[in-house]
Design a protein around this ligand. Sequence first.
Ligand SMILES: C[S@@+](CC[C@H](N)C(=O)[O-])C[C@H]1O[C@@H](n2cnc3c(N)ncnc32)[C@H](O)[C@@H]1O
Length: 274
Amino acid sequence: MGGEEPVPPGIDITKPNIARVYDAFLDGKDNFAADRAVVELTLQIVPDAAAGAKANRAFLRRVVRYLAGQAGIGQFLDIGSGLPSKGNVHEIAHELSPAARVTYIDSDPVVLRHAQALLADAPTVRVVTADVRRPAEILGSAEVRELIDFGRPVGMLMLAILHHIREEDDPAGIVARFREAAAPGSYLAISSFRMPGPEHPQDAARTLEVQELFNAKLGTGLWREHEEILQWFGDWELLGPGLVPLPEWRPDSTGRATRDSTYYGFVGGVARKP
Ligand SMILES: C[S@@+](CC[C@H](N)C(=O)[O-])C[C@H]1O[C@@H](n2cnc3c(N)ncnc32)[C@H](O)[C@@H]1O
């Protein structure tokens, strides 16, 4: 496990961190004891919590396949990309569109370190350390613009990141800046924690407990209302089936998805700029 790896300089492994906790939920190896402790505590409240992280990766795969294939998107900006995991955006995109360019953005320097090793020989892929709360810096960055041409349609991915942005940091305003900068024909994919409605009282109660735990341990994690998340797409055309529980977004098979405890608490959707 990650605890046996040499600790990179400047990284405090005694404190859990979003990217590594998520990695631990995905059975990755780039995490430490403090991160795994948060996973353990979460599992005490929601024993099948890892299903949510896995459903999010499956959503990512289906979205990127759709964008690189049917939608003909040749450049991707993956904001809050996380640690490299099975089925990274560039790997999925390149299966369908070998020349696709991908720029990963994450504020966590550990992501850069891991990704650089993976991408040493990938000229069409970049990793940039930047904070989504400063969209102007990202949009104006020479490093970002090396691969991403905002004059042409771009696939913008904001998966499992906006629920880590607090209200005072204006998530709606941040997403709006990215939407404004994108050319017509661009796509925006979002996945986010969502507060389950009163029709699922048990899920809602457990969600509140996990929200409290995440905020105590990670200082972040917000399950927002459906309408709030929907507004992040602005006036873009929301593709069918809309903003839905992750397994319901264009599933690969016709089989009915298992309704695990995270099912109603994690949604995703994709929209296109007219
Ligand atoms: C749960 S992971 C999601 C990874 C990937 N997008 C996915 O859906 O599989 C969230 C990522 O957002 C990053 N993140 C959190 N706050 C951020 C910020 N303000 N700016 C940029 N990245 C941020 C974290 O470092 C973490 O890697």
